[in-house]
Design a binder for this molecule. Structure first.
Ligand SMILES: [Zn+2]
Length: 224
């Protein structure tokens, strides 16, 4: 079941107080409409009834897709790799073997939902995104391209595509590649990430994780 709470919120611009419905958990299987509203951005949109000021709500939000067996927990700015939530684990005790992820912001949450709904492995996607970001950085003569999201995936055309935000102005830059690079990443995941897959609780699979994993992979390869 989805969970909504009512709360008084005050407008950051004019201080006007108004009542709001905050969705603290979303069950995508039973309430597909909430999934739509979340992905379109409407669910987390704040609009002041007095002055019209608009902003995005930032609070912990749990997304649960029982059918595809994954959960994404948005916890604004969380910087931990792993989160064990005893009461949550108890609530969902009978759901073994579901993928659980934490994300620090809304865009990463949306990306995780897209990845899992596409039937992809998010660890392999992160490694792929990292590899392609290095290519983009080189091509664009940039030291580093660190922010990017999976925005396209097609088995029919054998392509995977990411939108990166590059340069001083964070301009969107789309780069696609053939699926071979994803398959290669999948091999790395199968070779050295079995422990990560076994971790309990919610884990953060992001760029930092990809960097660490590739570092580990190179070390293992050099030792072999
Ligand atoms: Zn206002």
């Amino acid at each position: 079941m989805s969970n909504v709470i009512s709360k008084d919120v005050s407008c950051p611009k004019c201080n006007h107080k108004s009542g709001a419905h905050l969705y603290i958990s979303i069950n995508a299987t039973n309430d597909p409409q909430f999934r739509e509203d979340l992905l379109s951005g409407g669910l987390l949109k704040f609009q002041c009834p007095s002055c019209g000021y608009e902003a995005q709500y930032m609070y912990p939000l749990l997304y649960n897709d029982m059918k595809r067996r994954f959960m994404v927990y948005l916890i604004p700015q969380i910087d931990r790799f792993q989160l064990e939530d005893r009461s949550l684990e108890d609530d969902y005790r009978n759901l073994k073997g579901i993928k659980k992820r934490i994300t620090p912001d809304f865009n990463s949450m949306k990306e995780k939902i897209f990845i899992f709904e596409s039937g992809l492995d998010d660890m392999a996607v992160e490694l792929t995104k990292y590899a392609i970001s290095e290519m983009v950085a080189k091509k664009q003569n940039l030291g580093r391209v660190s922010e990017g999201y999976l925005t396209m995936y097609s088995r029919e055309t054998n392509t995977i595509g990411f939108t990166y935000f590059i340069g001083e102005n964070n301009e969107p830059f789309v780069q696609s590649a053939r699926l071979e690079i994803y398959r290669k990443s999948m091999k790395i995941v199968n070779a050295i990430c079995s422990n990560d897959k076994k971790l309990s609780g919610f884990i953060k699979i992001d760029r930092e994780w990809a960097e660490n994993t590739l570092f580990r992979y190179k070390r293992v390869k050099n030792e072999a």
